[in-house]
Design a protein around this ligand. Structure first.
Ligand code: KG4
Ligand code: ZN
Length: 342
């Protein structure tokens, strides 16, 4: 089964072709980063307008480059939520219209299920069950995964998502957008130990997380440095280092707790923030000590992309699931509401 995947939930237009026999055969990404950079974050209306401009040419380009004719497609998978509603509607409309014109099924994919299943695009795939740490710009969740669509939310952030905390830290330190890679790159030049940031909520039981306090701690540390005439690039790097280590430590402590609670020793880390070097290093060290297994998507599939949507949609289409023509995009959608694939 050959499936066209369409991702347009935020600031990336992603198109891919996934064949359930041959695997991923094409993947194209157009990023709007430059468009939004001047505003310091994503402007939803501009995102929608740009998706509309790019979607059809990118689909045509992807098919052409893969030497695939439109009538060879067996199904279409598109991100139906969660995300920016205008942006979601662009992908939904294009996907549904194309499916109608070609008379093939279309399925609305949950964006976070796409992220969660992205490691399945790699040669070595995790077996079920596993713990998934799903960390992106809009979500931070710890999930027990027993199969596709069988998700139990064990913990989530009570305020900012991990990626959001990175983005806000970058904004405060005037590093630019998107903040995750900027903070992480500057952290490489930082001196470990100059600052020690708190590890939020680790001394409380449970698996919920909170990152807004860390953001405030960053602001106060920076303002103190400014008032002491120490607002240097080195201070910024030292703050980034302390911030990144605190986030990585906190997530690792929570993951260890989740594995112990569920009696599992396999972890999948996905979503934009899973590209982070320090988080990967700390989780790898934990899993090595436990003699467990860790799985990540390749770096370009950590952040938003069409391949993960094509993959997730293909699994659902293969299982006979598809949606009616009037299936709407939905900005809020719980992973726990998804239909399991038996
Ligand atoms: O999954 P994603 O592309 O979009 C959402 O679904 O939200 O995640 C984007 C988030 C942004 O907050 C970005 O700053 C963060 O992922 N990010 C990173 C890194 N690369 C991207 N955060 C920390 N370290 C990175 N290397
Ligand atoms: Zn995403």
């Amino acid at each position: 089964m050959l499936v066209l995947g369409i991702e347009s939930s935020c600031d990336e237009t992603g198109i891919a072709l996934y064949d359930t026999d041959k695997g991923l055969i094409a993947d194209t990404l157009y990023t709007q980063v430059e468009l939004h950079a001047q505003y310091g974050g994503v402007v939803p209306e501009l995102a929608s307008r740009d998706h509309i401009r790019k979607l059809t040419p990118l689909i045509m380009q992807t098919l052409e480059e893969a030497n695939v004719q439109r009538n060879e497609l067996d199904g279409i998978a598109y991100t139906a939520g969660p995300g920016l509603i205008g942006a979601l509607l662009t992908g939904t409309s294009v996907a549904r219209s194309l499916a109608y014109a070609l008379d093939i099924p279309a399925v609305g994919v949950h964006h976070m299920e796409g992220h969660l299943l992205a490691p399945m695009l790699e040669a070595e795939q995790p077996e079920f069950p596993f713990i998934c740490l799903l960390i992106s710009g809009g979500h931070s969740m710890i999930i027990r995964v027993d199969g596709i669509g069988q998700y139990k939310l064990l913990g989530e952030t009570l305020d900012d998502a991990a990626g959001e905390a990175f983005d806000k830290t970058a904004k405060l330190l005037e590093l630019g957008y998107p903040g995750g890679p900027k903070v992480s790159n500057l952290a490489l030049k930082g001196t470990e130990g100059r600052y020690k940031f708190p590890r939020p909520m680790v001394d409380r039981p449970g698996l919920d997380m909170s990152f807004s306090g860390l953001k405030t701690y960053t602001r106060n540390t920076w303002l103190k440095a400014v008032s002491e005439d120490d607002a240097t690039d080195q201070t910024k790097a030292d703050i980034c280092r302390a911030f990144e280590i605190a986030v990585a430590d906190t997530l690792t402590i929570k993951c260890k707790r989740a594995l112990e609670q569920e009696g599992l020793n396999r972890i999948v880390v996905a979503g934009g923030v899973s590209a982070n070097r320090e988080i990967r290093a700390k989780l790898d060290a934990l899993m090595k000590k436990r003699r467990g297994e860790t799985f990540y998507p390749r770096l370009e599939f950590c952040t938003d992309n069409g391949a993960m949507i094509a993959y997730a949609g293909a699994q659902r289409l293969l299982a006979g699931q598809c949606n009616d023509l009037n299936f709407a995009a939905t900005p809020r959608w719980s992973l726990e509401d998804l239909i399991p694939i038996k």
